[in-house]
Each structure stands twice: as C-alpha cells, then as structure tokens.
Design a protein around this ligand. Structure first.
Ligand code: 2P0
Length: 322
C-alpha cells in the first residue's frame, strides 16, 4: 500500500487571505492562480500495519513541525481508522518561505494517500480534500490558470485556460530562504480578527475575480497585470494593518518591485505578485522573460532566480498496489 505523487506549487493572482470556517478550512472568498511547471514536490505515502505511528521526512530530514498537519491530511483522505504511514516529501525549492510549498506538498500527499489506500476519487473530490489540508493546495489539482470558487458551503475548482493557450512565464526572485515567522493559517486569522481593512478586502474579491477572469478569457495581459498587482497590494495592506502587523517583505522585496516598475516603463509585459513571504514573482509574456530574469538577477539582495512556465495538475507517478 504505497504510492507516489507529484504536484506543482501554484501562485495566486487573485489571492486567498482569510477563512470563513476554520474547522473545515473554507476560504472566505474565491481565488485565481497559475500552476507552475518547473517547481515541484514529490510525496510518497506508504501505509504499513507494522508502524506504531506516522513519520514524515521532508527533503531527507525528520519533520516534526509538519507531521501533525500531514497526519490530519491522511485522516481526512483515508479516514481516522487507517494504518500508520511513512511519508517522504521532496521539493526542489525552499519550503515554508512564501513559495506555496504547502500547496504542492498537500496536493501531492492527497493524491498519493488516496492511491495508497486504494481509493479512486475524482479530481474535484481530491481538490476538496487537499483544500481542507491547505486552502491553496486545492488549486494544484488543476493545470494552468485555475479558479477556486467558494459557493454553497463548499469549494469547487476549475481550469480557466489551459497551459498551451496562454503560456506565460514566471520569474521568481528569491530574497530569503529562511522559513517565515508566522504561518499563513495563523496570520489569516490575525488579519480577520484585527485588520480594519479585512471586511473591505473580502467584499471586493468578487469584482477582482471577475476582472481577472475576463482578462484571462481575452488573453489581455495589461488588464490581468493591473488587477493582479492591485489585489496583491491590497492583501499586503490587510496584513500590514493587522495587530500585530504581518510584514513578510524585506528590503530586497521592495527593490524587486522597483525593478519590475522600471521594466514596465521600458515597455516589458511583466507584473509582480508577492505571497506570504519575501519572494517576488514576476509574471511575464514569454518574449520578455530573459530581460525580466536579467534585471531581477542584478537587483541587490536577490539570492537566487527560478524561472518557470505554467504547469500540469497533481498526478500519480507510482502506485505499488494494495
Ligand atoms: C494564496 N496564500 O492565495 C495565498 C496568498 C498566501 C498568500 O494560500 O491555512 O498555506 O493552509 O489554508 O494555503 C497560503 O495559505 O493556507 C496562501 P491554509 P495556505 O496563494
């Protein structure tokens, strides 16, 4: 009873920040993301009657920090009466540093766990289960441009545009690789409880989603750029105005924004987005990726650059039967 799955992280262009039901991990509003191709997490789940407890190895190191959350994910997928599991997770990018690692880890874990237990769930069901483990993970069950809608007390996820129809590139400027001080779940709850901008943020999400959806439909880069940057800065305004404030940026984060502005002024089709971490993701048209990469590499404080296209949905790569 062992299976391996791979999932790619996704980057939200219209962000998820806030829950309306913490117990069921339901987001307070919808979100739109792009699933990446070149960053990935591979998770292997082995269910074994001889084990006396679950274990988790992350990039080769025993990961006590994430073990409880992984065990909860396996309980949700397989059921609490399951066998204990040996879980190994390998990512080719920094984890817990604002690069959406929980999305790829829990999307891959959900797919692998279901297969290891011999459960054949459809993609929507897998997305709901992954989303209970980590809201953004639901989106990594789908390729390319993906919308997570939040209606009728449940989430539903769909692909808005496939990878080949609008092959954007993402240049990720890594400005720090240390794990963040406050995890997203806790930070979202602090924002909901204390930020004076939180209600307005949630109220305006439907409009931003509609604008982004229409821009994707028309392949209108300028319109997508404007709404995505606005949505990102609104989310960070909510965080900054929380008590205590949640400031995930560092000096290099801001320098990268200035680099993106200069690129835009020089006529490049590029926009930025930033998640719960100090990394800057520059989304661009393929012809502009070299210039964006060069300019961000030369920005003081950038430690590493990763470039990615848009990628596939989470998938099973090995299933060693029941
Ligand atoms: C997003 N983020 O839409 C937003 C933007 C971070 C900033 O989804 O609590 O790890 O596990 O449901 O999915 C990160 O939050 O949160 C996230 P939980 P998750 O990508």
């Amino acid at each position: 009873m062992q299976a391996t799955a791979i999932a790619q992280p996704n980057i939200a262009l219209i962000k998820y920040w806030g829950k309306r039901d913490v117990d069921r991990n339901l987001p307070a509003a919808g979100s739109i993301s792009i699933t990446l191709s070149d960053l990935y997490t591979e998770v292997d789940v082995e269910l074994d009657a001889d084990l006396t407890g679950d274990s988790l190895l992350t990039n080769g190191i025993a990961d006590q920090h994430r073990l409880a959350r992984m065990s909860d994910c396996l309980d949700m997928v397989i059921g609490e009466q399951r066998l204990h599991a040996r879980v190994t997770s390998i990512s080719n990018f920094p984890i817990a540093a604002g690069l959406a690692s929980s999305a790829s880890v829990f999307a891959a874990a959900t797919v692998a766990a279901a297969a290891a237990a011999g459960l054949s769930y459809n993609t929507q069901k897998l997305a709901r289960l992954a989303g209970q483990a980590s809201g953004s993970a639901a989106r990594s069950l789908f390729a390319g441009f993906t919308e997570l809608s939040n209606v009728a007390d449940t989430i539903s996820v769909k692909s808005l545009c496939d990878v080949l129809s609008w092959p954007l590139q993402v240049v990720v400027a890594i400005t720090a690789t240390t794990p963040k001080a406050t995890g997203s779940s806790e930070a979202m709850e602090i924002s909901r409880a204390t930020s004076p901008f939180y209600d307005k943020w949630i109220e305006q999400q439907a409009q931003d989603l509609a604008t982004a959806r229409a821009a994707i439909e028309r392949r209108d880069f300028a319109s997508l750029a404007t709404v995505a940057e606005h949505n990102c800065l609104k989310m960070h305004s909510v965080m900054w105005a929380s008590r205590p404030p949640m400031v995930y940026w560092n000096a290099a984060t801001l320098r990268c924004l200035q680099t993106v502005r200069k690129l835009q002024e020089a006529g490049h089709d590029v926009f930025f987005t930033i998640d719960a971490g100090p990394q800057v993701k520059a989304v661009c048209m393929p012809d502009h990726a070299d210039a964006v990469r060069e300019a961000l590499s030369a920005t003081p404080g950038v430690q590493e650059i990763m470039t990615s296209g848009l990628g596939p949905a989470a998938r099973l790569v090995k299933n060693r039967g029941e």
